[in-house]
Design a protein around this ligand. Sequence first.
Ligand SMILES: NC(=O)c1ccc[n+]([C@@H]2O[C@H](COP(=O)([O-])OP(=O)(O)OC[C@H]3O[C@@H](n4cnc5c(N)ncnc54)[C@H](O)[C@@H]3O)[C@@H](O)[C@H]2O)c1
Length: 350
Amino acid sequence: MGKIKIAIIGLGNCASSLIQGLKYYSNHSDGLWHFKVGGYKVEDIELVAAFDVDPKKVGKDVIEAIGYNNAPKKVELDRLNIEVKPGLIKDPLPLALRELKELKVNYESKIMDELKSNKVDLVLNCICSGMDETSKIYAGLSLDANCSFINITPSRIAKDPLLAMNYENGKLCLVGDDLISQLGGTAFHKGLMKLLNSRGLKVVKSYQLDVGGGPETLNTMDEELKMRKREIKTKSIKKELDYDINLTTGTTEYVEFMGNNRTSYFWIEAKGYLGSSVKIDIYLKTNDSENAGNILLDVIRATKYAKDREIYGAVNEICSYGFKDPPFPKGIEEAYQVFSSKFLTCEIDK
Ligand SMILES: NC(=O)c1ccc[n+]([C@@H]2O[C@H](COP(=O)([O-])OP(=O)(O)OC[C@H]3O[C@@H](n4cnc5c(N)ncnc54)[C@H](O)[C@@H]3O)[C@@H](O)[C@H]2O)c1
């Protein structure tokens, strides 16, 4: 009941769009997908703590810190009087962080104290992808501080059975992994597959090429990370079909001047009547951080509602709706229906 107190770890582009949305949707509704989730409105979400390692951001007010990102700035924001505290690093640095000098880090105990003293309900892990050990330690700290944890990065956190069990035993929720954008390349590709399949066509092969200019795209120029993301996206898209196809997706190119925008190119070949061929060759242009906004607002509210209802551990209905790599994946339509029946129709008014 009451407010949903959140802490954000990683004040990057996604955090910027989320924080702008928190203010904008406290008195607007255009562009907002779900007015209430689990009975909670957007205005029920309150940011109370924030962490980063970028020396430009640490020590600053959250609003000043998010100004350093290349996410679009659409909403006029006043200072929140929340100082960005230093986080921690337990992995080799991803490409975007290697450019920064003297990263700011802190002891684990200090981070936990900060979460406890602010009575945080849930922690949102928005750090760079590829920092698996760091994300795992944050998840452990969050558990010890009695906070639920949302992992939007591709690191295996909600998919880690031991962590999920520990969260369940601790009567807390753990959701992830790797946020699925509202209409990003993966969701769009899944939708196209589903449409072709439902119209009786057999998809034979397909590829998706992504070009973007945010720091996260730069990070995925690392070959190992690129392959990992490719594997997650491929698996997620193939989930829409009950047969195998020749699919390559997630290959990324970094073009700095694109900023936080992304262009995804799709090529699909399907076969139909008498072997006739249907080909799709299209592109989709989106903004990464804004594409994450609605899903973030939804999973934050659903996670709090799950905890209120004593549904603990890795909450499958939230994971499969909001993430590309959940513990138990579902097709895009089924995932939405299950999420909707549990979190969008509840009548509780908080
Ligand atoms: N639509 C989307 O944007 C989308 C979709 C799916 C997944 N994601 C995931 O969300 C995450 C964030 O994406 P973004 O575009 O906001 O990235 P970003 O690079 O803009 O921001 C990351 C922020 O995390 C900070 N950071 C890095 N390591 C840290 C640490 N150890 N402790 C604290 N802070 C740290 C960085 O300084 C930066 O401020 C990524 O892992 C990305 O894969 C985003």
